[in-house]
Design a protein. Structure first.
Length: 202
């Protein structure tokens, strides 16, 4: 299947790769949750600009507006019926321990639904005059540390009125296979040689 076909997932669904499925299974059938949060204390933030930047970033990436449903072979992605939106609180006057408790509840309360709204969360909590706590959170089935940092840089760029950096290849391109002109045998040889020394590691 080519990347063009994968791009049709917004109407037809898309396959879930093994690493994603592992986290989806764990989220669905264990007591744990696999949201990965990144928090910041800010001064002088404009919440409305942040909301727009978040909405634009979600709109730019289909994976951020995807629900996951069980299928005959595991899970499949489907276009989200309800897109993620920034969650705002006013916790002015609350002490630090109370703020931590409320943040944990807002972030990590589990839901049986594997939806975009549960997997992509941005919280903006006012804690004082012109002071906010911002938490960006992505489910580990959707992202790792590298992609989460790219996601936050995109939001920051849009917040500042700058065009976000664009990648040469998308998720759909990766799913479709190696770049044009790269043969599977060539790719296998490259990685075999690059990782050859790993057998010497403890």
């Amino acid at each position: 299947m080519g990347s063009e076909g994968l791009g049709q997932h917004m109407s037809d669904g898309f396959p879930v790769v093994a690493n994603m499925e592992r986290y989806l299974l764990a989220e669905r059938f264990t007591q744990a949750t696999y949201l990965v949060p990144f928090g910041f204390w800010t001064k002088g933030l404009d919440p409305e600009r942040l909301r727009r930047a978040f909405d634009e970033t979600v709109a730019a990436h289909p994976i951020l507006r995807t629900d996951f449903v069980a299928s005959g072979t595991g899970f499949a992605g489907r276009p989200a019926t309800d897109w993620p939106s920034m969650i705002e609180f006013d916790w002015t006057g609350a002490d630090d321990e109370t703020v931590r408790t409320w943040l944990i509840a807002a972030l990590f309360t589990k839901s049986p639904e594997l939806t975009a709204r549960n997997f992509v969360k941005t919280i903006c909590a006012k804690i004082g005059e012109d002071r906010h706590i911002i938490v960006f959170s992505l489910h580990h089935g959707l992202s790792d540390g590298m992609s989460a940092s790219i996601y936050m840089r995109e939001i920051a760029a849009r917040y500042n009125g700058e065009p976000p950096a664009t990648a040469d290849r998308t998720y759909w391109d990766v799913m479709a296979g190696p770049p044009t002109g790269v043969q599977p045998e060539e790719a296998r040889r490259f990685w075999t040689e690059s990782l050859a020394a790993l057998h010497d590691l403890p």
